[in-house]
Design a protein around this ligand. Sequence first.
Ligand SMILES: Cc1cc2nc3c(=O)[nH]c(=O)nc-3n(C[C@H](O)[C@H](O)[C@H](O)COP(=O)(O)OP(=O)(O)OC[C@H]3O[C@@H](n4cnc5c(N)ncnc54)[C@H](O)[C@@H]3O)c2cc1C
Length: 546
Amino acid sequence: MAACTGRRILDGEMPKQNGKAVHSVVIAGGGVAALEAALALRAHGEDRVHVELLAPEPRFWYRPSSVGVPFGQSRVPGFDLPDLVARAGATFTPGELAAVDRRNRVATTRAGDQLAFDALLLACGARPEPAVPGALTFRGPADTEAVEGLLRELERGEARRVVFAVPPGAAWTLPLYELALLTAAWAQTGDVRGLELVLATPEERPLALFGRQASDAVATLLHERGIRFVPGVYALELRDEALVTLPESTLPADRVVALPRLRGPRIDGVPQTYDGFVAVDRSCRVRGLEHVWAAGDLTSFPVKQGGIAAQQADAAAEAIAAAAGAPIVPRPFRPVLRGLLLTGSEPRFLRNDPVGPGETAAMSAEPLWWPPAKIVGRHLAPFLGALEPGLLHPPRAAMTVEVDLPESPTPFVDAARAPDERRVRELAIAVPTVATEETLADAAAELLGQDADAAVVEDEGRVVGLLTVGDLLRAARARVSSADVSAVEWMTAEPPAIDAGASVSEAAFLMAQTGGWRLVVLEHGSPIGVVSASALALAHAEARGS
Ligand SMILES: Cc1cc2nc3c(=O)[nH]c(=O)nc-3n(C[C@H](O)[C@H](O)[C@H](O)COP(=O)(O)OP(=O)(O)OC[C@H]3O[C@@H](n4cnc5c(N)ncnc54)[C@H](O)[C@@H]3O)c2cc1C
């Protein structure tokens, strides 16, 4: 890419290359999706685009490798991010995106800098938060020492029963399977006896997303390693030497190793779900915002994985390049899950062909994709592999899987329906409905008029959000003029919805999974109101007679 005449931060100057104005693309983020998108834009956009990457941290860590660190199997490669960005033909700007003004196409950083854009790609990832009190939360490189500490405790016999557990809101369970399998292999090799290892997960079968045959292979591996598999439960907390789960149950445990709950960072002016995720269409354009795309863990796609992040980044980059005039037909996001599971034993390669949903995986003696990296990005894997060749050697003790995913994969089980419980329709409170482009001022007037604390936001008859009093307060704090901004910019996007005939338990289960305080209640697909967490808690207490 030719040299650019410099970065423009609302100084009136548009980016130019060789004297010609070019499409200015701002990418917020410095991780997998951001780098893949920068590389793809270089490939497709050539000198039509100027790419500026905005990220708060100057390092890029290859996190999947962190799982093997406590077992002495790997180290976590770290790269200088500004150097990677320069090699990708883009410019690096340190900073954290705080707000987006879609009308004026301006991105504002937390420090108050403003970046004008023709296209903005949100690739800010998700933040891991501990979700199981009392457990060791494994978030990646930061927690390898804690796992090493746990292994020392097991060696000394200070703990014996370990549960590897998935809380509500965790979306990529593979690292937990790896930790459990590697712990069992470590105990066998080191002759650490008497351990009771359990893997507790909301999945119905081990790594259910990978299809039946891969799942069966993982089940066999767990069995061979003496790891008990407990399906259909979410981990809540470690209390009195037991893991408390949802649905209500307990598992004896001295220690619990849990995955974190993921949340997207709040960005003013961008519709986000309760958990801070961003809903996108098939070209990864943010629903409701023209000129803004999103890719990776930040999106509301339920599988948070590097390969998926890269596929979304490719779809967004192609759409952005086409908008900049590149002669390509952009391909939509079509999720293919490529997983490489560290097993501590011989390599296995499983392919799931898209004949039947998740049921036709085949064993192969060769890796299924090339380069056989942990994070499979069309552009990123060879790019990083050229700098760190070790990333391209398939681990000796690993299983690879390739699966075509449905558009809305649902990896986890639902709550059972109890026949004698109250139905959600009895608890629903009617709320006003507003349109996406209705101003906040008008929407606030409707809330006041109906004495409601939330309104359903609809777009062409589809529920796309909830506008709550909390959202109005956020907008007030950001000092936006309520007559100038619309519901779509400040609403809570894609609120979880439940059928009016569902039971109180089902609603409580869904609420725990999604982390919100309200569910939209649908009768024959149309909203009839919302049900709140407090109403559900009350109904639950009444049913138990307390
Ligand atoms: C232990 C572990 C093991 C894993 N194993 C695998 C695996 O085997 N295979 C696989 O494919 N995936 C794996 N993953 C998942 C994979 O790492 C993530 O899915 C992937 O990194 C997501 O890419 P992303 O670009 O969306 O987010 P990230 O890679 O997390 O990058 C987010 C970037 O955004 C920046 N940022 C944050 N907030 C802002 C802001 N407001 N403005 C600007 N920038 C911001 C961050 O500093 C960071 O640079 C694993 C993850 C973990 C933790």
